[in-house]
Design a protein around this ligand. Structure first.
Ligand code: NAP
Length: 558
């Protein structure tokens, strides 16, 4: 079956839903969303592991584009869990009548650009074809599960699961001996909940991590009222902060206060809980000495919480600056190690060698297990795009073009792939922000760009290769200006996937700065992009491939 439409969107998460609404209802285009999952939700459709919960606070974890939607929707907890987020997205789909243009259970396997027709030919795993003018990837940054290639997994006699593909019917862990591999944001959320039902839990830790209590709680009627009455202000803060959250980063530096004041500030932030801990000082992410004070405070908390000294030391022996890797927040993670049925396996001392039929074999022990839970993360940012056979001009493939790392301009487009847009793609702030805020900005930029093209008779847009080159250099320059560059083993660098190029992927200059750069680029006639009419006539010269003068502010980019 071949369907001809104006626009195709891949993915029905936060990004895909809003992109469909924008293209169809604002621009009047014919548009369809193809979604591999059985329903909408994107990452929240798949991530239903025990303890899964959003790390962003609910009052800013939402779309802001519709005042009416904001006024009718009320979150129940400080951090929303998957069922409530799915309910919210369901309400969005209902309100804007989106489901009629979404095909579920439909995995896109290839997207090839046909230069002669100036169309994208997209094929699904069911063999359906879509011929479209605009192609938008709303595939998410963390949707390609990373299951490590540990020898023997196929022979494991028990059950194993990746947290990102958790069975929707749930997994009964009662009475089971569970091994949890991975102590990133996911493992730290899952461990306390698994420990409550499993007979025994072994947490296999390769790299210890900082964590701050989330302090989730039901929202009070007063707070709900405050949210209802202050949407505009919440939006204004979220859109003007570097990380898209609705809290401001303090202007003071660590050295501006006495050690006693600093301790009091950290203690107050610890009590408040959540990602706001990063906002205590302006220089936490750019000054090693400043960061050391936060790191020392957080390590001290681990040592004070965990009763067994050996376990406490293994958990607190953290080798990177605080928040140089994505900082988790937790509900009783370190306390979990005080339970009789929980044990830490320090893989730096005793690495995993293989998986045996009865469990995990480390260098010096056999760990008998009924269930293995892989909280081992994702082939982040590039993985979801490269899982599709995407081919641009001259049949060049994205997999080949990105073999040394992603190459984009503004994280929005790829040179040689006309009319192909990525929402929160590599090279954009994406994972360093509160995602819906980044998503909304991208969707609106893409929508305005397509509108501009149609109003001005422009057939194709793609980045000038030189502008993309400068942008790539800028991404690295920004990471190097922060302490993010001190955790080269993070997934921000692709280091968690063997063979993946070690390149810093997200834009670390902050969402607010990025937003103004994108607005400015559009206002200058899409500077750095090549815009052409069908006859090949160039509409707006690339003006030397973009100014390349993006500016680096030594400020907290995340
Ligand atoms: P992650 O941060 O990549 O953590 C993966 C963990 O698995 C790390 O501890 C890693 O150790 C370990 N690991 C990977 N391969 C291993 C192996 N072969 N042997 C032993 N250990 C191995 O993944 P994640 O925890 O799923 O989080 C990914 C991102 O998703 C987060 O950073 C965050 O952006 C997002 N997330 C958000 C939320 C939320 O908002 N609620 C919740 C969860 C996740 P190393 O550190 O040594 O590589």
């Amino acid at each position: 079956m071949t369907t001809q439409i104006d626009a195709l969107v891949i993915g029905a998460g936060f990004a895909g839903l809003y992109q469909l609404h924008s293209l169809r209802d604002r621009l009047g285009l014919s548009a369809t969303v193809l979604e591999a999952g059985g329903d909408l939700g994107g990452t929240w459709y798949w991530n239903r592991y025990p303890g899964a919960r959003c790390d962003s606070e609910s009052h800013a974890y939402r779309y802001f584009f519709s005042r009416e939607l904001n006024e009718e929707w009320e979150w129940s907890e400080r951090y929303p869990g998957p069922p409530e987020i799915l309910k919210y997205l369901g309400r969005v789909a209902e309100k804007f009548d989106l489901r009629r243009d979404i095909r579920f259970g439909c995995r896109v396997v290839s997207a090839h650009y046909d230069k002669a027709a100036n169309r994208w030919v997209v094929e699904t795993d069911a063999g359906d074809r879509y011929v479209v003018t605009y192609l938008v990837a709303a595939v998410g940054c963390l949707s390609s599960a990373n299951v490590p290639d540990i020898p023997g997994l196929a022979d494991f006699g028990g059950k194993w699961y990746h947290t990102g593909k958790w069975p929707h019917e749930g997994v009964d862990l009662a009475g089971k001996r569970v091994g949890l591999i991975g102590t990133g944001s996911t493992g730290i959320q899952a461990a306390p909940v698994i420990a409550q039902t499993a007979a025994h839990l072994k947490v296999f830790q390769r790299t210890p991590t900082y964590s701050v209590p989330a302090r989730n709680a039901p929202l009070t009627p007063e707070f709900k009222r405050w949210v209802r009455e202050n949407h505009a202000e919440i939006r204004a803060i979220a859109e003007s902060t570097p990380n898209g959250h609705a809290f401001r980063i303090a202007k003071r530096n660590v050295a501006d206060v006495t050690p006693e004041e600093r301790q009091a500030i950290y203690e107050a932030a610890w009590e408040t809980g959540g990602l706001q801990f990063r906002a205590t000082f302006h220089d936490l992410m750019i000054d090693q000495a400043a960061n050391d004070t936060a790191a020392a405070f957080l390590k001290g908390r681990i040592l004070a919480t965990v009763r067994d000294p050996k376990t406490a030391r293994a958990l607190a022996d953290i080798d990177h600056p605080y928040a140089a890797k994505r900082p988790p927040i937790d509900t009783g993670y370190f306390e979990t190690f005080n339970r009789d049925n929980v044990e830490l396996v320090d893989l730096r001392v005793d690495p995993i060698e293989s998986i045996a039929p009865l469990g995990i074999r480390t260098k010096s022990a056999e760990h008998a297990l009924d269930v293995i839970v892989f909280a081992t993360g994702y082939d982040a940012m590039t993985g979801p795009l490269l899982s599709i056979d995407i081919r641009g001009r001259g049949a060049r493939s994205l997999r080949e073009d990105w073999c040394a790392g992603p190459n984009t301009y503004l994280g929005l487009q790829v040179p040689g792939y006309p009319n192909f847009f990525t929402i929160t793609g590599p090279g954009s702030p994406s994972v360093l922000t509160n995602m819906p805020v980044a998503i909304e900005q991208h969707v609106e930029w893409i929508t305005e760009c397509i509108d501009h093209m149609r109003r001005n008779g422009i057939d194709t847009i793609e980045p000038d290769p030189e502008a993309a080159r400068k942008w790539g250099a800028h991404i690295n320059e920004l990471a190097d200006a922060t302490l993010l560059s001190k955790a080269k083993h993070s997934w921000y660098y692709g280091a968690n996937v063997p063979g993946k190029p070690r390149v810093f992927m997200p834009y670390a200059g902050g969402m607010a700065r990025y937003r103004s750069l994108c607005t400015d680029v559009a206002a200058r006639g899409y500077d750095g992009f090549l815009l052409k009419r069908r006859d090949g006539h160039e509409v707006a010269a690339a003006r030397g491939g973009g100014t390349g003068n993006f500016g680096v502010e030594r400020g907290p980019g995340i």
